[in-house]
Design a protein. Structure first.
Length: 383
């Protein structure tokens, strides 16, 4: 049996599914499938024959074992950003910062050598636990040269600037890590890129401006208009509520009625299972995204935090997303009330199909480069 052992440094808290468990940390059941997929993709790219290293009867599983040994807690971070509806659960979900000892064992010496060569890049490019694309569960092998790995990963990588002079943004203390990383930097920046800013004032997203510049409309007004059309046919007067200033929309055509000019833009930055819209009369509309072949997938953009610096990695979009021509439909569940008192009143399907943008309408690398270098987001490309 050939053994590989190294110390894994944890840089940001991990949101653990069993946070109260003693020694709750990175799980081997999450680590190994991710590492298997990463290694096999690398083997295919490099023309490496790996078939004999696979576990018979287990598709895509390489024949090695992983053991994770938590080391002593270094520091604790309070919870500021992402919070589930139950705040107590949210607080308990954030595990402390822990380093880990990782032990990998295999009968195949060449496989052990391959893992040793690629393991540093693997951890720099991946996060773990919940909300991992937003920087949670960020690790690195102890002796990794983070900058060199990011520069040579063949992906577009950006680093956060502190000011317009080009000085790198640096989180110098635990307090800054809490206040800025979890709340004011990544959450704010991602809102300005994808969905728009609705707190401390309203601001449209870079994604909105991207499609507007191409003479297209994005998905938000499409879904709202379809909901308004449905509500306008009822005897009961119900109005959708705007998140901004808590005002209500009138159920009339506020947007272009030509479905052909709308694109499911937000899906290109991560496809959610559903969206929610509040309405008058204490109503909530739960809009589910439906497609025959495409299910929820995570954002292609990953935030990383290393030694006080914030990095953003732009991964490749899934091929099925790029090639799709069918489009998406939307099923709606209408509720009344809140929390445990919420009651399902009706279910219906919105009319129309919302298509994804073509490659010519949305190139992820070009979009992210244009969005990130503007003065409000203030990133620079790592070259």
């Amino acid at each position: 049996m050939h053994k590989l052992s190294f110390t894994l440094k944890q840089h940001t808290p991990i949101i653990h599914f069993q946070p109260t468990q003693d020694g709750a940390t990175l799980r081997a059941t999450e680590l190994k499938p991710k590492l298997d997929k990463f290694l096999i993709e690398k083997f295919k790219q490099e023309g490496t024959d790996y078939e004999e290293w696979l576990i018979p009867g287990q598709q895509g599983a390489l024949d090695y074992k992983v053991k994770i040994i938590p080391l002593i807690n270094k520091k604790t971070h309070k919870v500021i950003a992402y919070t589930p509806k139950d705040k107590e659960d949210a607080i308990s979900s954030y595990n402390n910062i822990n380093d880990n000892r990782i032990i990998i064992q295999t009968f195949f010496f060449p496989l052990k050598e391959m893992i040793e060569k690629k393991i540093r890049q693997f951890f720099v490019l991946h996060n773990f636990g919940k909300r991992q694309s937003k920087g949670y569960g960020c690790y690195s092998v102890e002796d990794s040269n983070i900058t060199d790995i990011l520069k040579n990963c063949k992906l577009d990588v950006y680093v956060k600037n502190y000011n317009n002079n080009g000085d790198e943004y640096n989180l110098k203390s635990d307090t800054q890590l809490d206040d800025y990383f979890y709340k004011n930097v990544i959450s704010r920046d991602w809102s300005l890129i994808k969905s728009g800013k609705n707190f401390h004032g309203y601001e449209k997203s870079q994604l909105f401006y991207h499609f507007n510049d191409k003479g297209l409309k994005w998905d938000k007004p499409f879904i709202k208009r379809k909901l308004m059309e449905h509500l306008s046919k009822r005897n009961e007067k119900i109005f959708l509520m705007s998140k901004y200033e808590n005002r209500k929309y009138q159920n009339k055509v506020l947007y272009d009625t030509n479905d052909e000019i709308f694109r499911f833009g937000r899906a290109m930055l991560g496809l959610a299972e559903h969206y929610e819209f509040k309405a008058t009369n204490n109503r909530l509309f739960h809009v589910e995204v439906k497609h025959e072949n495409i299910e929820r997938f995570k954002s292609p953009v990953t935030f990383k935090v290393y030694d006080g610096k914030i990095y953003l990695i732009v991964n490749k979009l899934p091929q099925e997303l790029i090639n799709d021509t069918e489009g998406f439909s939307f099923n709606v569940k209408e509720y009344q009330g809140n929390g445990s008192n919420k009651q399902l009143l009706s279910e219906f399907k919105l009319s129309g199909i919302l298509k994804l943008p073509s490659f010519h309408e949305f190139n992820l690398d070009e979009f992210m480069n244009k969005a990130l270098v503007n003065n409000k987001l203030n990133y620079k490309k790592l070259v």
